[in-house]
Write a protein that binds this ligand. Structure first.
Ligand code: ATP
Ligand code: MG
Length: 555
């Protein structure tokens, strides 16, 4: 699998910075907020952060963005680390945004002393009412208060002397700016909240726009890569870097967010699905989280390849879910062992095959990769086949089993259907056929043509298993759209559970996360949570049929 991320405009900028001597190495960071599990959108961002560092022989830090005090959640911190390692990336430094609270406070004091920040006593509602519009500047009656007064008030804010919402520290930039982010944005606010790392030490917390550039600069980040919604905040990022005495000057570069059809990519919405028990958890195989995709059967290579091939652009766009599936199919096609499994079993009895006799076929694990070896599959007169591989009265063009027709049992023999037995309700319970005993291996001795080939499992050695089939969690192609209630867009049939499936004997030794191609059916992965030797459970990772790009030109 291609490991090197192809070139893009971010790499072009960095190459330029290196050439012009603005930097002599590359340092990036990935700053997730530990309030949920990583989803495929975060994955795009982290592939860019870690992948860019990798490409330039640089380093990438993992920084938990806990600037905003939230309740302790080591569950999320641990999961984020696990997901990043699973993808095959490793960080240089691991840190928390809150590690820099002391320095951030000192930089705020520095700004006040320079006359570049002031304590404003407008309430949040008053700030809003006074923010002006494109023609009218914002106003604050506190803007020109003496430096000494702001210093005193800011210290007393820190000491807990004032209630929440009563005052903020604001940057003194430009109340008339066309970019509202520069209209004297708040740098600090009062919040009497317990912080999971700093405890009750602070009752004032820095705003993200102030804290983030400082954190980047203190870590020596050279290129701060972030999604497009921060573009309008870049002038503020640069203002902070230019006006406080930080030790380095990181450059912010924005890229488009990833959207995928038929899914939502927002932690808030994903959490809602979990909390309302609409899915089994963050790792439900239908979830677009990395742990969900992993449990479903996705490989690190398929996800990294996806993130690489969707590219890095400056315009937000939506990628087809089918393309993610396409990348998985491509990977599993070369790596997954081929096995036979029957999901909707009906019995096939070979009436002329000696009862009680059994023989063994040696089959390759993957015909495309002989190095994957082979295994033995048993065969006898009683087999399981898919119910829909038999039709008593065939529809046009049907060339599987029907009375009088010949099919090939994959890798074994050619058989000719002679009839079936039905129960009182008219359901087919057994299918009968005669075996051409001279066709061992599946080739007719006289070279006659046999059009259909079906898979089968020997009843004598079959193991039973549960198989879970998944469809899109959302029927609506754009459940994430602002004007939609995503909970109303859900697919009531996104999960189908099949029990009593018949699996070839080799699957008895399956380990959690083992991936297979069930011949003619799709790629399946042993469930990492529920599958046990005495109760095998497989998730359908992806079907065999590739619908991606059909009729839309080749991708
Ligand atoms: P969410 O809305 O899902 O909570 P977030 O941006 O608040 O996302 P963070 O934990 O702050 O979540 O994200 C960490 C990084 O991942 C940020 O740099 C953010 O820009 C990036 N990111 C999040 N979602 C996407 C996405 N859909 N596409 C690309 N990057 C994303
Ligand atoms: Mg965020």
């Amino acid at each position: 699998m291609e490991e090197i991320i192809s070139s893009n405009f971010i790499h072009d900028f960095i190459t330029e910075d290196l050439k012009e001597g603005k930097v002599d190495h590359v340092q990036t960071r990935f700053p997730p907020e530990p309030n949920g599990y990583l989803h495929i959108g975060h994955c795009k961002a982290l592939c860019i952060d870690f992948g860019t560092a990798e490409k330039f022989g640089g380093k990438c830090n993992l920084r938990m963005d806990d600037t905003n005090p939230a309740k302790e959640d080591t569950e999320f911190v641990d999961a984020i680390k696990e997901d990043i390692h699973w993808l095959g990336f490793d960080w240089d430094r691991f840190c928390y945004g809150s590690d820099y609270f002391d320095q951030t406070y000192e930089y705020a004091v520095e700004l006040i002393k320079k006359g570049l920040a002031y304590v404003c006593e407008l309430s949040p509602e008053e700030v809003k009412a006074n923010r002006g519009d494109l023609k009218t500047p914002a106003t604050s009656p506190y803007r020109d208060r003496p430096i000494e007064e702001s210093l005193d008030l800011f210290e007393r804010m820190k000491n807990g002397e004032f209630p929440e919402g009563s005052m903020t520290l604001r940057a003194k930039i430009d109340l008339a700016s066309g970019n509202f982010n520069l209209r004297d944005p708040a740098l600090y606010r009062i919040k009497f909240a317990h912080h999971h790392r700093t405890g009750d030490k602070w009752c004032i917390y820095p705003m993200y726009d102030f804290a983030h550039p400082i954190q980047d600069a203190l870590e020596g980040v050279t290129h701060s890569l972030c999604s497009l919604e921060f573009e309008a905040h870049r002038p503020l990022y640069d203002w902070v870097i230019n006006n406080v005495s930080v030790p380095s000057r990181p450059r912010q570069i924005e890229f488009a967010r990833l959207g995928i059809d038929h899914t939502v990519l927002s932690k808030r919405k994903l959490r809602k699905l979990v909390e309302e028990h609409l899915v089994s958890g963050w790792d439900d195989p239908r979830m677009p989280t990395l742990c969900g995709l992993r449990r479903r059967g996705y490989t690190p290579a398929s996800i990294r390849n996806f993130c690489d091939r969707i590219g890095v652009a400056k315009v937000n766009s939506t990628v087809e879910y089918g393309f993610l599936e396409h990348c998985l199919r491509e990977d599993l096609n070369t790596t997954a062992r081929r096995v036979m499994a029957v999901l909707h079993p009906v019995k096939l009895v070979l009436t002329n095959y000696p009862a009680g006799q059994s023989e063994v076929f040696t089959v390759e694990n993957n015909p495309e990769r002989p190095e994957d070896g082979s295994r033995e599959v048993t065969f006898s007169s009683n087999l399981w086949i898919e119910a829909d591989d038999f039709m008593e009265e065939p529809i046009p063009k049907y060339n599987r089993l029907y009375p009088g027709n010949e099919v090939r049992l994959k890798g074994a023999y050619i058989v000719k259907c002679t009839g079936c037995k039905k129960d009182e309700q008219g359901n087919v319970v057994e299918v009968y056929a005669e075996c051409d005993l001279d066709s061992r291996g599946g080739n007719a001795p006289d070279g006659r043509k046999v059009r259909g080939t079906i898979h089968w499992v020997d009843e004598n050695t079959a193991v039973e298993g549960e198989v879970r089939l998944y469809a899109n969690l959302f029927t609506d192609p754009a459940p994430d759209a602002a004007d939609k209630d995503f909970l109303q867009c859900m697919n009531p049939e996104s999960l189908e559970v099949l029990t009593g499936c018949k699996l070839e004997a080799s699957l008895a030794a399956t380990q959690p996360q083992d991936r297979f191609q069930f011949m003619r059916l799709g790629y399946f992965c042993a469930d990492s949570v529920d599958s046990r030797p005495d109760h095998l459970v497989f998730n359908r990772a992806v079907t065999l049929k590739d619908s991606f790009g059909k009729g839309k030109g080749k991708k």
